[in-house]
Every structure is written in C-alpha cells, then in structure tokens.
Design a protein around this ligand. Structure first.
Ligand code: GLC
Length: 663
C-alpha cells in the first residue's frame, strides 16, 4: 500500500513510474512541519532499524548518523562524510511499525537518523516543494519490493558486462591497451572489457579520440573485439570550450548549455579546462547530447561510463576571481597564521562550491530552474540522455552503461559504480555493506573500483577485494594515475588471480540468472541478512555477510593478514570453497558461529539448506561460457531454476528462458 503526499509544486523527476492519487494532509506516522522548509519527524522505538539510502556511508542499518543527499565528487570519502556521489532518498523503517519513505526531492535533503537525538529521525530540506511516498508493509523486505515496483524495472546490461574488466586512468595509446590485453590473455587470466579513461580523447573532448594515437579508431575497436575484449570509453559531463570543436559549437549555437542569470553560458573547469554543461534537463538538449554517443557506437563501441556528472567542478572563473582578489590582499600584507590558513581553505574550497551550483540555470522545456534545486538529477539525466540515444541507435540491443552520479529513477537507464574509493580495507567493507542498500534503491548493476582507486593497493587487498568482486554485477579493477599499477598480472604468483577471476566465470551462469530474476521481479540481488532472517537477532545485526539471490550467502574476508574469518550461520549451510589449485572443497556447517579458513586466492560461498547452484568450468571470457560444463552443487534432492538468454537482445521472457536443474 503506497500513499503519495504532495507539498507545494515539486519538480518532476520521473523517479516513480506508477502514478498515484494524492492523499490529502500529512502522513499520520510522524509529524510534518512546513513552516521553515520541510521537516518530517519520527520518534524512533528502541528496536527500529533503518534501511535504504543506497549510495551512502557507514552500515546497512543507517541509524545513528546523518546523511545528506547532495551528489558530491569527494574522492576522500572517509567515514565522516555525509554526501557521496549519488542521492537515493528512500528508507525503510523496520520495528514494531514497518514503513517506507521516499522523498522525491532533487535538491539537498538531510536525513538525521538518530544523530542529534538517538530517539528521533528527522528528514528535512529548505524548500517545501516535494512529493513524499509512504509505503506500508509487513516488513522491510516487503516494503522494499513495493518500492521497487513503484520506481520501475532496473537496467539490464548485456551479458558481456558480467565479465571482468580492467581499467586504469592513464592508458593512452593502443600499445597501452594492447599491453593490458596481452597481460591477461598471455597469462590466461579471464577478461572481457578494458575501460578507456579520459586519455583516449583528444584533449579531453567528449566524443573524440586522439587522432595521432588512433588513426583508425574503429579498426582498433575491432582488433580488441576479435580477442573478445570490449573497449568501454568514458564520457564526461562537461563539453570543452574550444572554437572549432563541433560539439561545443553546436551546443552554443542551439543554446543547449546551462546558462547564468544573464543568459550567457555557465563555465566550469574540469579535465579539459573550461567547459560548458549540456542542459540535459531540457528535452532538445538531452536528445542532442544522447545522439552524440553514435559517434562512438559507429566505430563498434558497445558500452560507456558517464563521469563527472554530479556535476563535478574543479573551479569556476568567478571562484578564481575571488581567490585572486584575496591573494592580492594576502600578498600585500604581513602573513598572519589565520590568513595563511584562510588562503589555503579558499584555494581548496574552489571545487564544488555551493555558490557556483546556485549560479546557473536549466531550461526545463520553458521553465527556468536554478541548478541547486535539481542538483541531484544531473547525473541521472545525463545517463538518461545516453540511454535514450542508445535506444534510438538500436532499440533491440543492450548496451553497457553506468554512471557515477545518480538519483532514483536512473536505475532504469543504467548502473552505477561507487566513485573514487581508496585502497583501504575500510573501503572494501564499505563496498560490502553498500551493495544491498544500492539494490533497495533499484541499482542492481553496480560495483566499486576493485583494489581501490586512490592510494597504493597491495596484493593481499586486491585479492580479497576481487574475492568479493566476484559477486558484484559490475566487476572492475580500476585505479588512479600515479598510484601503484594494479592489473592482476603485475603481481607475484599470478595463478591466484587467474583462479579467483576464473571463479567469477565459473559462477557467472548462476550470478547472471539471479541478476535477471532480481531485475525481472523487482527484487534484490544482494540481500541483507536481516531481510532473509528477520527473526534471528544475530543475523539482523550481521552486516559483513550478505545473501546473494536466493541460494547463497557470502562472508568476505576484509582484514589484513587474515587466514579466514568467523562466519555466522543462521541455518545449516553447505560451503563450496574454490581452492587455490582450482579444486572445490565442500563442508557442511551447522547453525552458529564457525571460523572458516579462506586463504588468499580462495573464495568461499555457502549454499542455504535445501538449495543448490550450478557451477561451470573456468573460461577466459563470456563468449566461451559453455552450459554443457555446468554441474550442480549443494543439497541432495534440491532443484535450481536457471535463467539464461542470448545476453544481447531484450528478449528476456522469464518462462521461455528458464530450465530446472537438479542435484
Ligand atoms: C574521476 C573518476 C575516475 C577517473 C578519473 C579520470 O575521478 O571517478 O574513475 O579515473 O575521474 O577520468
């Protein structure tokens, strides 16, 4: 049962796909105040747990902290950061009273979940123009499933996108990409994709490639495809300001860029230097920008990642002018301690300034909207532009598409990666805990930069992260320029990497099947233990183990120098361990706590009582998957319904594509 309350005149976000009659008044569950902006206040009961918020910091149960929906490019997201790259305003309250709340509001929204007062949850925003959806249900899982129906089917990528991908900021020339392809293929470590970061472009100009490095781009794309490797280029939000660059010139001529109050184009510096932002909230501009992807699909490209679309700002001319003025005063006076730090803060503060987000406008098909009111929609609509463009290019084909910034609603158009994490154990744990929350908000195709983006990784951290990454739909190793190289073949004893990444392919038929079931049934692929064992007080608190699909539990190792870890078994389960020598070890664990040894280069999963899963032979790319190699592991007498399809077309009929396998 879903009720919709409307306050003022909300911005249309298209987050929900079901249109509901408005309910008058305010939700009875809490107190709503509309005097100073909007505020919803709910008294938390002792046992209440709060789920949701998608891409947010900290644990699965969000209680006890403050989270702010305000899409932010913050590569240094330590535990104290309240905003990350996405804004996912859905929560489910689970206690004596169970209900869900979705705040359809694309500006800055604050969730104080027992932070200021441990017994109070307060959700507030400055502008009382929004829609609030209240979902009543039997438990958190039921509420989440109802919410997912409200927001529509999650994006379904092509099957190759379930393979393993290698990325790094800094690959520039065909030789760089060939070296990666060779490193994987010659060492027989599986690989399906190599990502092209900004250096493939000519001076970071969207929809171009460096003509010196790639005199025949299409030929290079085909060369890689012949080795079963797809090249996946990045597209940034900002379009470089440069006379003679057609995308820039067309955008200016047609008024497709975001404008300042005075009607001139808003300018912001990102990788190319000064850029303009395509007004993706405007239908004509969005169509124009989306059609540009064809420049690359015409060369054989089948997937993209959209970046810097919070939109990220390094600085604006206005910000620079202010800093320069302050510097002049600074230079002309004797330095004082405070003035030194003020200068430092001012230069640092040039990026992503609130003033800059309030200094430009969108033309929403005739309505002028100041950016900060719809800030959290930008990445969503950039990705919608791409998805609509790709749909026009070929409506029957699936393209790989994911974004950094997002808002609920975007989950229908593409996946997300979780942005610039660091090579820290803490970020591996964050990755584990974030996945089910992302799923609750519709983002099924998602994953983190495995091994960590910033800072230097270690062999051990990368192996442990890959061992979890095996299970994330988007499995990509990505790192920043200047950090330690982290392609799998660069480390000693690379058979461990071959084996672990191979496990992904051995499990791929099962993982793909569960992904498709989750997408087609508006269900979760990653479930918190609390959703599957709601009556078990220990399971309810266990946040470092997850249920995947309907059959298995995973308990990743996320600490340094561990030979295994303590695993909580809410019920009897059968372990399948992929050992370092390629063999499979099985063992039954009774209900309770057990120390499970999992060496580096090994991966374990636990099959729930009475269930079974198919496991295939290791192959080197999705193209080589062979159903004939599937064997069923798990409990005697169990059956598994395997979903499979061609992985390319949109012919994903559930009945037609399922077969039953028995143990
Ligand atoms: C951003 C992206 C990162 C990419 C870099 C260079 O930081 O999040 O993935 O490598 O830009 O394009």
């Amino acid at each position: 049962m879903v009720k919709k309350y409307v306050y003022g005149r909300p911005v249309e976000t298209e987050a929900a796909v079901v249109s509901l009659q408005e309910t008058a008044g305010t939700p009875e569950l809490g107190e709503t105040s509309l005097t100073e902006g909007f505020c919803f206040r709910y008294t938390l009961a002792e046992e209440d747990m709060i789920f949701g918020l998608g891409e947010a910091n900290r644990g699965i149960n969000k209680r006890g902290y403050v989270y702010i929906s305000d899409c932010t490019d913050d590569p240094d997201h330590t535990e104290n950061k309240a905003s990350l790259y996405g804004a996912h305003n859905f929560i489910a309250v689970s206690g004596k009273t169970c209900f869900g709340l979705f705040f359809d509001y694309p500006g800055r929204l604050r969730f104080d979940i027992g932070y200021t007062d441990s017994r109070v949850m307060e959700i507030s925003c400055a502008d009382a123009n929004l829609a609030v959806y209240v979902i009543e249900g039997t438990d958190a899982y039921d509420i989440v499933k109802q919410f997912r129906k409200l927001i529509g089917r999650s994006y379904i990528p092509p099957k190759f996108a379930f393979g393993y991908g290698q990325s790094r900021w800094g690959y520039r020339t065909p030789e760089d990409f060939r070296a990666v392809a060779d490193g994987y293929r010659e060492n027989h470590i599986p690989l399906d994709m190599i990502y092209m970061d900004i250096d493939y472009m000519e001076n970071y100009k969207d929809f171009t490639w460096n003509p010196e490095n790639f005199p025949d781009f299409g030929a290079f794309v085909r060369e890689m495809k012949a080795r079963n490797i797809r090249l996946i280029p990045i597209i940034d939000a900002g379009v470089k300001v440069e006379q003679g660059y057609s995308v820039y010139e067309e955008g200016v001529k047609n008024g497709y860029f975001c404008k300042k109050e005075d009607g001139s184009e808003f300018t912001v510096a990102v990788w190319p230097g000064y850029t303009h932002l395509p007004d993706v909230l405007n239908d004509d501009a969005r169509r124009w920008f989306g059609d540009k992807y064809k420049i690359l699909t015409d060369e054989g490209i089948e997937g993209f990642w959209n970046d810097m679309n919070e939109p990220a700002m390094f600085y604006t001319p206005e910000g620079i002018a202010e800093v320069k003025a302050a510097m002049r005063t600074f230079v002309e006076n004797e330095p004082e301690k405070d003035a030194v730090w003020a200068m430092r803060d001012m230069t640092r503060g040039l990026a992503n300034r609130a003033e800059d987000y309030a200094a430009f406008y969108h033309d929403r098909n005739g309505e002028k909207i100041r950016h900060d009111r719809i800030h959290n929609l930008y990445g969503y609509y950039m990705t919608k532009a791409a998805a609509e463009g790709l749909e026009r290019i070929n409506a029957d084909k699936r393209f790989l598409l994911f974004s950094r910034s997002s808002y609920i609603g975007m989950h229908r158009y593409g996946g997300i990666w979780t942005g610039d994490n660091q090579s820290w154990w803490a970020h591996l744990l964050l990755n584990i805990r974030m996945m089910p929350s992302l799923n609750m908000c519709g983002f099924l195709y998602s994953g983190a930069d495995l091994g960590g983006f910033g800072a230097d990784t270690t062999r051990e951290l990368l192996l442990r992260w890959l061992a979890f990454g095996i299970f994330t739909p988007l499995m990509r190793n990505h790192s920043a320029e200047g950090t330690r190289m982290q392609e799998a073949y660069r480390f000693e004893r690379l058979e461990d990497f071959r084996n672990l990444i191979g496990v992904r392919y051995r499990l791929l038929p099962y993982l793909y099947s569960e992904y498709m079931k989750a997408a087609l049934n508006d269900d979760l692929y990653f479930k918190p233990m609390a959703f599957v064992y709601p009556q078990d007080p220990i399971a309810r608190e266990t946040e470092d183990q997850l249920i995947i699909g309907n059959e298995i539990m995973v308990a990743p190792v996320y600490t340094q120098n561990a030979k295994g870890r303590v695993v909580y078994f809410p019920e009897e389960m059968r372990m399948v361990k992929f050992c370092a020598d390629g063999s499979i070890a099985e063992e039954v664990f009774r209900q309770g706590y057990h120390y499970v040894e999992t060496g580096l280069g090994e991966a374990a999963l636990f099959i729930r009582k009475g269930r079974c899963i198919p496991i295939g032979a290791a192959v080197e790319c999705v193209e080589q998957l062979d159903k004939a190699s599937l064997a069923v592991y798990g409990w005697e007498g169990a059956a598994y319904t395997l979903y499979d399809d061609d992985g390319i077309s949109k012919d994903w009929d559930m009945e037609k594509n399922c077969t039953v396998m028995k143990r």
